[in-house]
Design a protein around this ligand. Structure first.
Ligand code: MV4
Length: 495
């Protein structure tokens, strides 16, 4: 491949282009009218505007993307995450038109895109799964019998769902019928597919996922785990690698099972196998994500492997550049997602202008962002501004570095989730490693965030303090040093 089109925007488009450039290849950006001045557009070797701001008229326009590929002699397409990245129809179209999709086959996307078909595909591989039904439930009395057998509480999940959409907890048999009907209705309206199934409800799980890489020569290698339990409404907020609870034995076992899941769908490229971990550290396969994930940088930092470079190599038919024996975990990495959301106001999106934007730098700090100072955050897309990632020799150092980097990150003009992330970094449940997916609900309220005074208020306070110091000095005729002994304004104004 010589030229790759990135069918995405923002930080991930930029991140992909950096690897493309390092490999001596050319990049093509597509962009919407809302992204005309975005850094990823300027960074690309070529860039084409493909439509108005709405995703449905730009980043999701399969026909226009193919048109650009033909016109600019593109060889491969990298879909990033979101948008068309897990769209089997798009993967098929790309192939038909003679281009290479940097990702797995349409068939693998299809199998893993449906939870029941994923379970069926891995059945012969002896993958641990939460006890539940293998098929969609249709008959209510029959389903009630199964639920009773599993034991309440149970969870109803939509087969076409994922990332937590279309899930309902049922506490007892009396609620079953109503909840099942609601789940089916929700699944029909959200996914156009009413298939739902039952699982035992794991009450306090941790979310642990395994990154895998597979090539077309039959090599599949697990690149260790990521711990993603700190999330809010199924939106991950903090991710890290490695997990502080996995033993080397569990890591090996989960890695092997993740490779089996990949094998079950002839997976090629970078993929992620999600597991739930219960209170007793039993793990269960949940689903497989057939794309490069938002949180991939933590894996890159602990493994030293450029996942995008490997994706491109694999798409070219090359072998993975590493083997299981050649890789090991180096230190600890932590990622926080910086959203344009106000944690003091129920995480309401706070899009607007980035009046000040200064990203932190220094040893062990990586920022994957897609904005510059003075830019507007568009209302049309996900409100993620950047990902702040730190690397240290151990977890403690990665956390210390994260707190420093959060303090060094200067953003004004909009509220961000940075203060919330700092709160988590300092919380005992987090630092001890003793937390689950309920962390935010259990430990966070807006009052937990110290209210930082606006800069103008601090300036006024400093001026007033200086003024009265002078006044006092005149009145009392005291030397300034004597007054300042009792006056801490210089110190206090920065608090
Ligand atoms: C579960 C579960 C408890 N028991 N399955 C949510 C996202 C989707 N991938 C699966 N999810 C869950 N499945 C059983 N049988 C709890 C969750 C869950 C969750 C999982 C991972 C991370 C955050 C979560 C938040 C709420 C619920």
């Amino acid at each position: 491949m010589k030229k790759i089109l990135i069918a995405n925007r923002g930080e991930i488009a930029l991140r992909i282009m950096r690897s493309i450039r390092e490999m001596g290849l050319k990049s093509v950006a597509i962009f919407s009218e809302a992204d005309r001045n975005a850094p990823f557009v300027k960074y690309a070797d070529e860039a084409v505007c493909i439509g108005p701001p709405a995703s449905s008229e730009s980043y999701l326009r399969q026909d226009k993307i193919i048109e650009v590929c033909k016109k600019l002699n593109v060889d491969g397409i990298h879909p990033g995450y979101g948008f068309l990245s897990e769209n089997a129809g798009f993967a098929r179209l790309v192939k038909q038109e003679g281009f290479t999709l940097i990702g797995p086959s349409p068939e693998a996307m299809e199998i893993m895109g449906d939870k029941l078909s994923a379970k069926a595909a891995v059945k012969s591989y002896n993958i641990p799964m939460v006890p539940g039904t293998e098929d969609a439930i249709e008959d209510i009395p029959e389903a009630k019998k199964i639920a009773k057998g599993i034991g309440y509480p149970i969870l109803i999940k939509a087969s076409a769902g994922g990332g937590g959409k279309g899930m309902r907890v049922v506490e007892n048999e009396a609620d079953f019928e109503e909840q099942m009907q609601l789940a089916i209705n929700e699944a029909v309206s959200a996914f156009g597919n009413g298939a739902v199934f039952i699982e035992r409800y794991v009450g306090s799980p941790r979310h642990i996922e395994i990154q895998i890489m597979a090539d077309t020569h039959g090599n599949i290698v697990p690149l260790f785990e990521r711990e993603c339990s700190i999330q809010r409404r199924h939106q991950k907020v903090i991710e890290e690698a490695p997990s502080s609870v996995l033993t080397p034995e569990m890591r090996k076992e989960m890695g092997e099972k993740a490779c089996d899941v990949a094998r079950a769908c002839d997976y090629v490229g970078a993929g992620t196998v999600e597991f739930l971990l219960d209170e007793n550290l039993n793990f269960f396969f949940l689903e497989m994500n057939t794309r490069l994930q938002v949180e991939h940088p933590v894996t890159e930092l602990i493994s030293g492997i450029d996942l995008v470079r490997e994706q491109i190599r694999v798409a070219e038919g090359k072998e993975l550049s590493f083997t299981q024996d050649s890789i090991s975990i180096n230190g600890h990495a932590m990622e926080v997602r910086v959203y344009a959301e106000d944690p003091k106001n129920n995480f309401l999106p706070d899009i607007g202008n980035l009046k000040t934007y200064k990203a932190p730098i220094g040893l062990g700090v990586r920022v994957d962002d897609g904005f510059e100072e003075g830019m507007d955050i568009p209302i049309y897309y996900d409100p993620m501004i950047s990902k702040l990632i730190t690397h240290g020799k151990n977890r403690e150092e990665a956390i210390e570095r994260m707190i420093r980097a959060i303090d060094d990150y200067k953003i004004t003009g909009i509220e961000t989730t940075l203060p919330f992330c700092k709160y988590v970094m300092k919380h005992e449940a987090f630092t001890s490693g003793n937390f689950d997916t309920h962390f935010v609900k259990d430990y966070f309220t807006p009052e937990k965030l110290e209210t930082e005074l606006p800069d103008e208020t601090k300036e006024i306070a400093a001026i007033m303090s200086a003024f009265f110091t002078e006044e006092n000095k005149k009145k009392n005729n005291l030397p300034l040093a004597e007054i300042n002994k009792h006056n801490n304004w210089r110190v206090n104004r920065t608090k």
